[in-house]
Design a protein around this ligand. Structure first.
Ligand SMILES: [Zn+2]
Length: 257
């Protein structure tokens, strides 16, 4: 019986050590909590710090992948596993690649378009997925028309476009079709709705004027990127508008090679 007592004592001691370890782990995560939570001094709030490593930022199939001029897709010829035609209105002459998006993004895009419709706003798909070869031809067209320096401000080189992930889309509207995929889109009812509401559905407006030095691209108020609602709402809460700044990833206007 004495041996049994010793074993019980050892087990009890192990439980105490385990409990202390778990408690330490919890407090260790507290300093990572967003600064905006400081006003609330209950420990539960600080424990809810956002896990920035929950998904990969380098895997091209990850909803958090960061693609920019410093970070091409890996591999550059990446193709998403499943591409689908989203059930939202599209421009009448859309064909091939561009009518598709990743099956990962499609439900959120449909949900956002449905919500917009309830507000009297019609969002249309202008361009979804673009394969490596599609982007190659598009980029070469820009280079031919505007020269390479200007082309690099306006269009991604093949292997460097978010569109190739299937997780980005250029959206337009119906009230002023001439503003679709143009700077004046930002002043249309559709552009304003998108800027105000995209984050509710897991999207960000990826390229804004103020962030050009970070993202490497001119203002594109029509280009949305799907990142999931956890991240889009966290970025909104923290007032951070670029993936580069949120994840501490390098970007900028210069190509990696
Ligand atoms: Zn785009």
């Amino acid at each position: 019986m004495r041996l049994r007592g010793i074993i019980i004592s050892i087990l009890a001691a192990m439980l105490v050590v385990l409990a202390v370890t778990i408690a330490k782990d919890n407090t260790a995560s507290a300093p990572n909590a967003p600064l905006t939570n400081q006003s609330n001094n209950t420990p539960k709030t600080t424990q809810a710090s956002f896990d920035k490593h929950h998904y990969s930022t380098t895997d091209p199939s990850s909803i958090w992948v960061v693609v920019n001029k410093q970070h091409p897709l890996n591999p550059k010829t990446y193709t998403p596993a499943t591409l689908v035609v989203p059930k939202i209105p599209a421009r009448s002459n859309i064909t091939g690649d561009e009518s598709l998006v990743s099956s990962v993004m499609a439900p959120a895009l449909e949900q956002m378009a449905t919500a917009a419709k309830k507000d009297g706003i019609t969002l249309t798909l202008q361009s979804g997925y673009r394969s490596y070869n599609f982007q190659l031809n598009l980029y070469n067209l820009y280079v031919k028309n505007d020269g390479q320096t200007q082309a690099d401000q306006e269009s991604a080189r093949p292997g460097y476009s978010e569109h190739q992930t299937g997780l980005a889309a250029d959206l337009g509207g119906v009230t002023n079709p001439s503003c679709n995929v143009a700077q004046c889109f930002i002043n249309t009812p559709e552009g304003k709705w998108l800027a105000a509401n995209a984050y509710h559905y897991g999207f960000i407006i990826r390229y804004t004027t103020a962030e050009q030095p970070v993202t490497g691209y001119e203002d594109e108020p029509w280009h949305v990127r799907y990142i999931g609602t956890d991240l889009s709402q966290e970025m909104h809460k923290e007032g951070i508008t670029t993936l580069e700044e949120f994840f501490g990833v390098t970007g900028g206007t210069t190509y990696a090679n």
